[in-house]
Design a binder for this molecule. Structure first.
Ligand code: FES
Length: 84
């Protein structure tokens, strides 16, 4: 989904909603097309994994974290505060 010209992925896991940038730092893959492996979103291109709780890379070939964003649920709305 697009938020203020940035592409992000919302993930619901274990009764929580998380938001990270829809960008694999390895080679620009789209994480939104990846599958969840526990708390990790797996890049469908080469298999890097990012923790949806904080955007930290946990499996190569990516070596840099992807941004994570604050999420708040307000009734039936999901509010996202973009990080820098
Ligand atoms: S683009 Fe994501 S692992 Fe290569």
């Amino acid at each position: 989904m697009e938020v203020l010209d940035r592409y992000v992925v919302l993930v619901r896991y274990d009764a929580q909603v998380y938001c990270i940038e829809d960008l694999c730092t390895h080679d620009g893959g789209t994480l939104g097309d990846g599958e969840l492996d526990g708390y990790c979103l797996v890049c469908p291109r080469h298999g890097a994994k990012f923790d949806v709780r904080n955007g930290h890379v946990v499996c190569m070939p990516a070596t840099e974290n992807t941004p994570s964003h604050e999420v708040r649920i307000d009734g039936d709305q999901v509010l996202v505060r973009l990080s820098d």
